[in-house]
Write a protein that binds this ligand. Structure first.
Ligand code: RP5
Length: 164
């Protein structure tokens, strides 16, 4: 199976990023985690992006806050699918990172998830890799069925609490 690259702009993004790595572990998807910054380590970030396909990666997740150019920089240097996680910082509630990540020019897409939406970034990676992996696809279907069952159980509990 292809690997997922999980890149964060700073180790301060790790609490958010863990929500993605936990899910990748749960699905048995191989991944590597790096701190690479579009601004602070631009050469290392572009080198990683340029060699990612040859190094066995199939999807790249980039988490960054503030002027979050990391996912865009990866998209500029690599033709693999790039998923951007805008990370909430203490100043602008993450809207700065959301707009920096999502507003890519035509031709250089970044699939941007919600602010701090690391779990969905991992699930989107699973969906992409499952296109060519039936076993992973079955695990993902099972995950969704469990999610549905959980909500149905909550619905039953709420209904019984408010029953007249
Ligand atoms: C961004 O700046 C990082 O992704 C992080 O979210 C934010 C703050 O970084 P630190 O100052 O905490 O290293 O590049």
């Amino acid at each position: 199976m292809k690997k997922v690259a999980v890149i964060m702009g700073s180790d301060s993004d790790l609490p958010v990023v863990r929500k993605a790595t936990d899910i990748l572990k749960q699905f048995g998807v191989p991944f590597e985690v790096r701190v690479l910054s579009a601004h602070r380590t631009p050469l290392e970030a572009s080198e990683f992006a340029r060699s990612a396909r040859d190094n066995g990666f199939g999807v790249i997740i980039c988490a960054a806050g503030m002027a979050a150019h990391l996912a865009g920089a990866f998209a500029a240097n690599c033709s693999l699918p790039v998923i951007g996680i805008p990370v909430k910082s203490k100043y602008l509630d993450g809207v700065d990172a959301l707009l920096s990540t999502v507003q890519m020019p035509t031709g250089m897409p970044v699939a941007t998830v919600a602010i701090d939406g690391a779990a969905n970034a991992a699930l989107l990676s699973v969906q992409i890799l499952a296109l060519s992996d039936d076993e992973l696809c079955a695990k993902y279907d099972e995950y969704r069925q469990k999610a549905t069952q959980t909500v149905l159980e909550k619905d039953r509990a709420i209904q019984s609490e408010f029953a007249n």
